[in-house]
Ligand binder design. Sequence first.
Ligand code: ASP
Length: 641
Amino acid sequence: MRGMSEPAQPSISHEAAFGPATPYRDVTCGDLRAGDEGRDVRIAGWVHRRRDHGRLHFIDLRDRYGLTQLVINEAESPEAAQVASRVRPEFVLQVQGTVARRHAGSENADLETGDIEVKVREITILSEAETPPFYINEPDAPVDESLRLRYRYLDIRRRPMLERLLLRSKLVQAIRECHHRAGFVEVETPILLKSTPEGARDFIVPSRLQPGSVYALPQSPQQLKQLLMVAGMDRYFQIARCFRDEDLRGDRQPEFTQLDLEMSFVDEQRVMDFVEAMIVEVSAAVVPDRPIQQLPFPRIDYHDAIERFGSDKPDLRFGMELVDLAPALAAFGETGFKVFDEALAAGGRVKAIVAPGMGESSRSQIDELVSFVRRFGAKGLAHVSVAADGTAHSPIAKFLGDERIAAIVKTATGQPGDLILIVADADHERVADVLGRLRQDLGLRLGLADENVLAYCWVMHFPMYQWEADLGRWHATHNPFSGVVPEDEKLLVTASGDAYKPSHADPAGRARAMQYDIALNGWELGGGSVRIHKRALLERSFALQGYTLEQMNELFGGILEAFDYGAPPHGGIAMGIDRWAALFSHQTNIREVMAFPKTQSGTDLMLGSPSLPELEQYSDLGLRFVGVEPAVEPGKDKAAQ
Ligand code: ASP
C-alpha cells in the first residue's frame, strides 16, 4: 500500500496523457510540419478528398485539427495502394508512413501542413461510410438547413460549423476564466424546478412520485441565484441552460444558454463595471481582431434610445437617427395632410429617418419599404427624395406645400441623393418601433454598419412597470424581482394591504427600475438589475403585478421567506451566450452556433424529438391524453424563417 506521505502519481506522464497520441495515432491531421521530415508516424481521420494519378493515390485525411496529404505509391506499397483504391469520402482510416517534404512547387500555403505529405506504407479502414447527403469537403456549397439539422453530425464535420463551435467553446472558456479570477463561484442550479417567470410559458415535467404535480424547467435561475446571495455566496456565476416555451425566431430557441451572474453588496454601477470589464476581456480573448467601437461603453437612457434609435437595443455602428418633424411642421400650423394632422392631434408623432443615397429609388423599391413598415403595424410610409441638384420631390408635396417639404428636408438634414422616410401615428411607440426596425434594416443593407466593429452599449433607466389594461395590473417590464431606484421606492407605498387592487393611477407607474440592458450591434445581449432585497418591498411590487398574498406565497414563498433571514443588497445580470457567439461569428441565427438546435417548431430533426411517450409513461404519471390541435401542421415544419 502507498504510504500516506507518497504523493499519488498518474499512471502516465502528463505529456502522454494530455497529448494527441492514442492507440490509433501518434499525431493529429493538423500537427505535422517540415521539421518532422523523416518521422515515422501513425495518423487517423476521415477521407476528405481522394485523387488518383495513375499509380499514385493522394488522400487528404481530415480531423478536427486539420488536413494531411497522404501519398500511396503502388510501386512501393502495393497492398496499401489496393486499399486506397477502395476508399471513398468520409471513410475513417488509420495509416502508417513516413513524413516527407512535398516537391518544390507543390506546397500548399493555405494548409498548416502544406509543406509535407505522408508516404503511406499501411492503411487500415476503421469505418466505411455511405455517400453523405451533402458535400463535407465543399464547406461553402449551400445546403438546405433541414438537411443540415437532420445530419448535424456531418454538418459539424464541415469547417464553418466546426469553427463556430470552437469559437463558442473559447467564449465560454474566457468567461469562466474571467469570473474565477474575479472570485466568482460557479454553482449549478437545478433543471427540475418550480416556475421562474421571465415572461414566457414554462416547459413542465410531470412528477411520477407525486402524480398530478409538475416541475417547471427554469426560464432562468433568477430566484436561485438570489437565494445564493442570501446564502452568503457573494459572487456567483453559471453557464446556465434556460428553457422558455415561446415562438421561435432567429435569436430564440426553446432552450438556450445564459451567462448568469449575481453579486452581493453592489449597486448598478458596480455590477456594470465588472460586466463591462469582463466583456472587454472576453472579446479580446475570443475575437482579438474586432475593435470595440467605444470605451467605456456608451450609457443611454431608455427614453433617449427610443427617441433617437427607435429601439431599446440600438445599433450604434451607424447614425441615421430618428428625427422629430413635429416642430418643423408646427411652424406652419395644420399641414392639410390628414395622416400627419390626425397623428399629431392625438398626441402621436411624425418622425423620419434619412436613407443616404436612396433618393433615386424606384417605385417598386419604395413599395418594398412600405410593405416592410406595414408588416410592423404602420399605416403607411411617406417619403421625400432629395435630387442631385438639391430639389425635393414628394408625392405628399401636393398636400403639404413646398415650404413644409423644404422644412422637412432642412430638419432632417437631407442631402442631395438622400431619401427621407416618414412615419406618422397616434401611437408614438409604434412610430419609434417601425422606424427603429427600418433604420436597422436599411443601415445594414446600405452597408453603414462596419461588420467588424463591436458596438456595445448600456441602456438604462427603464420604467419598472407597464400597465396591462386588459388584465388590470402592472407588468414588470423586465424582471419581477428588479428593484426600483431608491428615490422611487416611495412610489410603491400605495400597493399594500389585503384589499389593494392595482390601478392605472398608482404612482408606481412612474417608478424607474434599477435595470440595465447590454446591447451589441442591434441585438439585446443581456439584461440585469439590482434587486429588491426586502420582503415588504417585494410584496408591494408583486401586489402591483396583480398577485394576491396567497398567490405570492404559493409562487414565491421560498424567496420571500428567505428575505426574513437577512438578505444582502444584491444585483446581477444574464447574457445570452448563443447570441454572443452568433454575433462574434457574424451569424444572424443562433442555430448556427448551437451544436444541436431545434427547428422553428421546436423539433429535433436528428433524433426526432418531441416524440410520443410510451403508454406506460402515461400511466406511471397518471396522465391521459385528451388531444389538442397541433400548433404546427405535421410536415409543414421549416427550419429557417
Ligand atoms: N434572470 C434575468 C433574465 O433571464 C436576468 C437577470 O436579471 O439577471 O433575463
